[in-house]
Design a protein around this ligand. Sequence first.
Ligand code: T1G
Ligand code: NAD
Length: 702
Amino acid sequence: MPVINAVTALEVNDGIAVITVNNPPVNALGHAVRAGLLEALAAAMEDVSVQAIVLTCAGRTFFAGADITEFGKPLQHPGLTEVIDAFEASPKPVVAAIFGTALGGGLEVALGCHFRVASADARVGLPEVKLGILPGAGGTQRLPRLVGPEKAVAMIVGGAPIGAKAALADGIIDEIVAEPIPGAIAFAKKALAENLPLVRVQDREEKILAARENPAAFEAAAKTALKKLAGVEAPAACAQSVRNAFTLPFAAGMEAERKLFMKLVIGDQSRAQRHIFFSEREASKVPDMPAGVKAAPITKAVVIGGGTMGGGIAMCFANAGVPVTIVETTEEFLATGLDRIKHTYAVSVERGALTQALMDKRLTLIAGTTDWDVIRDTDIVIEAVFEEMGLKKEIFGKLDKLAKPGTLLASNTSTLDVDAIANATSRPGDVVGMHFFSPANVMKLLEIVRGKDSSHQSIATAIAAGKLMGKIPVVVGNCDGFVGNRMLARRTTECERLLLEGALPQDVDAVVQKFGFPMGPYAMGDLAGLDVGWRIRKHRGVKAPVSDTLCEEGRFGQKTGKGYYIYENGSRVPTPDPEVTKLAAQKADELGVKRRNITEQEIFERMFYPMINEAARILEEGIAVRASDVDVVWAYGYGWPVWQGGPCFYGDLVGAKKIVAALEHYAELTGDAGLKPAKLLTALAARDGKFGDIGVAAKAAA
Ligand code: T1G
Ligand code: NAD
């Protein structure tokens, strides 16, 4: 195939020019691709034998968007808009042959073509909002002209891709074809034979006229799409740009889109979201993993314990098409666990998030037993029984006797020593922690806890199992609370102190929510159940006077109708309870703690800086190999807003110097040595350094 440049080729056959881009892994529209496309188009224009053009890619997907690694760097010409305008202006029909994903700039290129065909499993979308930007090459101006402003604002503010069938129904693609390239060639020939008009999408006004007359429907759709996104810049910019599509002429709308794009792409929120995009992909790369280590296949699974977590983990396997068996102590507990799974699926079907057929199929993959013989023939076992070391050791001892060699043995423990659990077997190399987050069938994060004897293959297999279940695996070291819970414990300690010193739960929760968390620490405690933390504190001999008393009074949170808040009549809405303030004042009096007005700024600093400090210790100890891993843990396991980048990314925005100064102040104020700045943080402050500069370091040098 004649080569245009390193990533672009052009082949002419029977009057049809096929332009193919090959830029692995996802055909990102980097500079070379853009230049190659323009050159290929010019060549096809010049070649009089060419009557129509097919645009496509080689490899696993159509263009997956602009090259995100080029953002923030000087633009190299031609820009994407220039390329799209040239294809759109072609007097020869241009047909886009879509397969895999046409995302962002990839869909924008396709919208610049006269026609689009796609394979049945293709997905198309404009996910730029997930990177803190908006479509910057005409997507907000062309898509509304094809699907109408209401649908366009939902697609662009939401960012989720849609399937080929829906895209056909919406008029985004013209035909679903069995084979993308032959299908596109056939379509091009039909266009020539039937002399189909080459209407540029930018000239199609019929779908935006109604909104121009009466924007009420659009404004309602925009309002719905923007719900719960207050304070996030990109979604609002996306909605405004779609509004421009029917209130401004095309060229003015394009200009406004470019301005919004340039403003967002240099902003902290987009930098934070791009940081999370690349960090989640980096997190499962284990620096010392020898080349050639292959994950063992996962074709069947067993979960020990069918409770809150066991049930959710079993659903993850079934959702991934892997047959799974739950082992419980009694038929009764088994029935309870299986019923809970059925109920969870039924709720998804009711909400339209799952078809009845898929629910039924998944349920056929989930079995239950009290007979441990099932362990003899499985590829992976995940234990999710009560958080008691004795019980876990007993279970792993039994697994050691029954499981065939090479079976991955994992514990879902949230706090216990994985090495101690592994040493209850004769094969500690086959043991890892696989720490899921509740609800396990929903939360994306999976902390893979590497024990001191965990083999590279066990780690590789756990990562593969996590990806198979649609999780974001992060490999962490073994310590108390691993990465996430260890940092959370610092915040929980401050929560107890702030109550004693005079802060109200609703004030602290408001500060954390204002930052972007879906829920504040007290409301989250009430949701998870205050008894979980109480059991762990008792186990460790740690006191929390206010929270312990609440638990002694049976106030476990939502599940008992009272915790830090009151939940009237089973509602999930937290209502402040003056009884809690009274209790805190009484405890403060007993402990001689002086109560005072605490500013929002102080609440903010004590909610976030101790966690960032603990992240520095975690990096010092090599429990996390990258600062970005800590950010991924918090973004996907604890609700840290992605547009705030994660604890380490955010720490860099604030600056180590400021954080160290504040921590020294609070360490003195509270007498808590745990608040003293970590060596690494002090070193970063001294050299004006950033977590982001640390990169991969087994033990980050202070
Ligand atoms: N640019 C640069 N690198 C990219 C990339 C991109 N757009 N997409 C993926 N990669 C890298 C990724 O980091 C990884 O690298 C490898 O490719 C495989 O990705 C003007 C401005 C396409 C669904 O937001 O959603 O267009 O780790 O592991 O699971 O309006 O990648 O191997 O070194 O994710 O099969 C809009 C982003 C851009 C889509 C494939 N596009 N990509 O998923 O593979 S903004 C997006 C994805 C834009 C225009 C604007 C997914 C995927 P490494 P992967 P995957
Ligand atoms: P749970 O009490 O809801 O369920 C535990 C289940 O284990 C019960 O159904 C019990 O019958 C079963 N079980 C106990 N002993 C057993 C045995 N010998 N054989 C088979 N089954 C047995 O507890 P959970 O909340 O699902 O927690 C399970 C594990 O997951 C704990 O280690 C916990 O720390 C961890 N975890 C919990 C959460 C959470 O938010 N709940 C989050 C992450 C990790």
